[in-house]
Design a protein around this ligand. Sequence first.
Ligand SMILES: [Zn+2]
Length: 389
Amino acid sequence: MASSFPSRFVDQKTGTIEKFQTMRERVTGEFLPEAGHVGILAVKLAVLAPFVGGLVVAAPVVAVAWFGARWGAAKVIDLVHEKLLLEHKKGDFIEFDFTKADDVAAFSARYGDRHAQFAQDYAAMTKLAGLPQPPKVFIIDQFFKKGGTSKLGGLVSDFMAGTTSRPNGKDPVIMLGKGALNELTAGELRAVVAHEMTHLNLQHPAKGVRWQGRMPVNALINVALVGAALLGPLPLLPVLGFVAVTNVAGRALKAIQSRHHEKLCDRGAALITGGTGDLTTALEKIKHSMLKMQRIETEYAYRSKGLEPPEQKEAGAVKRFFVATHPANEVRSSLLQQFEKKYPAWCEKQRGYFSNAFNKAAARPDGGNAAPLPANANTRGANRWQLAA
Ligand SMILES: [Zn+2]
């Protein structure tokens, strides 16, 4: 982890040094879910082994499949990333590289009205997040296509905020929906971007490859288990039950790890920007827009088939435990509030940092922007800033 990321920070009240991530969190959030998933595969393999020539035969096959699958998953993700980097520039998103003055100017011309200071904030956050280079920014500029979904399907939407990289962590990008830019205040957008930058700093996209690499191995063992049941030695119903239960357990472990990552990245956003309240309001806005989009997409899907769309409900707590990749907004908001309460001086200092940077930039003759802006753009930005902070 790069040293500039506040992985350790001083609590100004008590003077104690706090760690970004405790050992306990590392164990419960990272190691145990991963070990649990590997354990599940090992148990399945042990059940299967006697019927495919014993562990001596099964284990090497699985080992080869394991490494092959991980290699394959990395290759696929790399290719998808390559495609993302190369092919969708014109249609689906606009690419901004804030190391280039032209791109900063282009961004200002397009979105400077609402986010006059974004390019400068972005550079500062890159440093605070401990990233070696500012990740490219992809603005998803296409609103709904006819079916309610964007061209890239449900993955990319008008209100998305996400990040991805190559499996080795190279060529990171941060993706933002045009809707997010339109709806979020400067402070909210900063908090959201700082959250995404923390994902990159902690190499979450790269870590995901490890998990994805185990999925085909799991599928292979499942097929072998069902095959062994159909062809004789194993009882079919218990095998089907076993496969289902272990799959659900694996999914739950992945969801637990994912939610842990989200909590860490929320904390990262609070550490980088001090915007605990900003992140909370941003999450609410994003949730509402996502739900709205979901509703539109589902309604379209049903009505296009001449069916009446069903009433849409939020998932209950039990279902959420097994599948939710993000903690509920209430949980995230309460954690952020706790953070603010525990480290008020830190949050204040970080917010002040961006506020000062903004005022300095606004005081410069060019208003802090390389590109010409509407005459009143900076003033409007400043007012919003005060609202956001
Ligand atoms: Zn996240």
